[in-house]
Design a binder for this molecule. Structure first.
Ligand SMILES: CSCCC(=O)C(=O)COP(=O)(O)O
Ligand SMILES: [Mg+2]
Length: 227
């Protein structure tokens, strides 16, 4: 089957899990409280504070309690949409100040460039917000990689383990599901994508990872498909 579009996960796929957990999450945890205090009245921040209260079922929570909830969600690596939106806003300063650059595996940067040049449309689908995705690839170890991508999807499209999310993505990019390849390190995400008719490859970059019934590759260089 010919592949016309590739949708890729970020954490564990284009970049290291350790970068997210040892650099990005601690930065968000360190600056979230101050960020919320300073920006709570700005509409996009207020909307995410409201969404946090709704998701937690605590409509009357004050800002201090909302902050505590969000910090707990960071510690638990909860992929909650309002947390992810706020993390992206906090990370903006870190990326722009040069505190860190977005980790991208060299093989991922190289192959994505090659696929892009071959006319394959590239998309991102990550639990990280679209803003965070654009920052990570915009301020990446390899410079600005955002021109490689035709679009970005986050959990506002739906959860990554839900079949319907992949149906929505396929509809949005207007490529038949069977001609779309989804790359991820997480079997449950790949199962959902396959159930929606997408082709799948699991990136197995570390030892001891859970594997399933999907074709596997240790790097983007080893990903095989017809183009
Ligand atoms: C710039 S995305 C930051 C990573 C992140 O917050 C995350 O939750 C990654 O999840 P993924 O779906 O890419 O595994
Ligand atoms: Mg992942």
């Amino acid at each position: 089957m010919m592949i016309r579009a590739i949708v890729t996960d970020i954490e564990g796929t284009t970049g290291a899990i350790s970068f997210v957990h040892r650099v990005l999450f601690p930065y968000a945890r360190a600056y979230l409280s101050d960020f919320l205090r300073r920006h709570q009245d700005e509409p996009e921040v207020a909307a995410q504070i409201h969404a946090t209260r709704e998701l937690a079922g605590e409509p009357d929570a004050d800002l201090e309690h909302v902050t505590t909830l969000l910090e707990g969600w960071i510690d638990a690596d909860r992929k909650a949409t309002p947390l992810k939106a706020l993390q992206g806003m906090v990370w903006e300063q870190g990326f722009k100040d040069g505190e860190f650059t977005g980790h991208v595996y060299p093989d991922a940067a190289e192959e994505m460039q090659r696929w892009h040049e071959a006319g394959i449309a590239l998309y991102v689908y990550s639990s990280g917000s679209v803003q965070a995705q654009k920052l990570l690839f915009g301020y990446s170890d390899f410079g600005d990689l955002t021109p490689l991508f035709s679009g970005f999807f986050d959990t506002t499209t739906g959860g990554k383990r839900e079949v319907e999310s992949y149906r929505r993505i396929v509809e949005a990019i207007a490529v038949p599901a069977g001609e779309v390849l989804f790359l991820s390190d997480v079997v449950a995400e790949l199962d959902a994508a396959a159930a929606a008719g997408l082709q799948t490859v699991q990136l197995v970059r570390e030892e001891g990872m859970e594997t399933g019934d999907h074709p596997m590759a240790a790097s983007f260089t080893a990903v095989r498909f017809d183009d």
